[in-house]
Ligand binder design. Sequence first.
Ligand code: DC
Length: 222
Amino acid sequence: MRPKGIIIAIDGPTASGKSTTAKQVAARLGYLHINTGAMYRAFALMVRRRKGHGHDPVRVHELLGLAEIGFDGNGNILLNGMDVSREVQEPDIALLASELSTLKDVRAKMVEKQRELGTPGGVVLEGRDIGTVVFPNAELKIFLVADAGVRAKRRQLEFERMGTHIPLEELRQQLEERDTRDRERAISPLRKAPDAIELDTTNLTIEGQVERVYELARERLR
Ligand code: DC
C-alpha cells in the first residue's frame, strides 16, 4: 500500500461519466480527485488566449514552459495560480485540448505532474491514459463506456445547467470528433488497459455507477 491509500484510474471517452464518478468516489473515500482532462483544457485556454500562435509547435512549446498547471484544495483547476474551472468548460476549449493533447511535449509535462500528484496514493485520477500510461500499476482501473447518443444528451444537460443551449446533433458530432482523435493519436491513445474493468454506464444511474466503483475500491482496500 502507498502512504495515502490506493490509486484509482478511471478512463474512458468523452461524457462517459468519468468526472461525476471520480468526484463522488473520491469524496466517499476521502481521496484526492484529479481531473487530468482539466489540465489539458487549462493549457488549451492558455494557448487560445494567445491566439494566432495556437498551432505553431515552437510557440506551443514556449507557452508550455510558462504554464503552471495544478489544483487548489477543492479540486479546482489552476492556471498560473488562477482558478479557470469555468472557462475550461467551453466546448471550443475541449476541442483544442484534444488537438494539443496529441503533442508529445504537452503530454510529457502533464504526465509528470500527474505522477507527482498521484504517487503517494489516496487518489482518483480520471482521463484517457491513466491506466495505460500514467499509472499502469494502479490498484484499481476502470474503463467507462456509454452509448454516444446518451453521452451527447448528458453533455447537453450539463451545458443547460450552466445556462447554454447547444443542439444535440452538434454535441454528438463534437463528441465523436474528439473520441476519434483521442483514440487514433500516435502517443498514448485512449485505450482500455488489459486489466481494467469495463463499466457501461448507458443504463446506469449516477448513484449506481458510483456505488459499483466504490465497492470495487473497498474490495481492493481489504
Ligand atoms: O476529459 P476531458 O473531456 O475534459 O478531456 C479533454 C481532452 O483532453 C480530451 O479530448 C483529450 C485530452 N486528454 C488526454 O489526452 N489525456 C487525458 N488523460 C485527459 C484528457
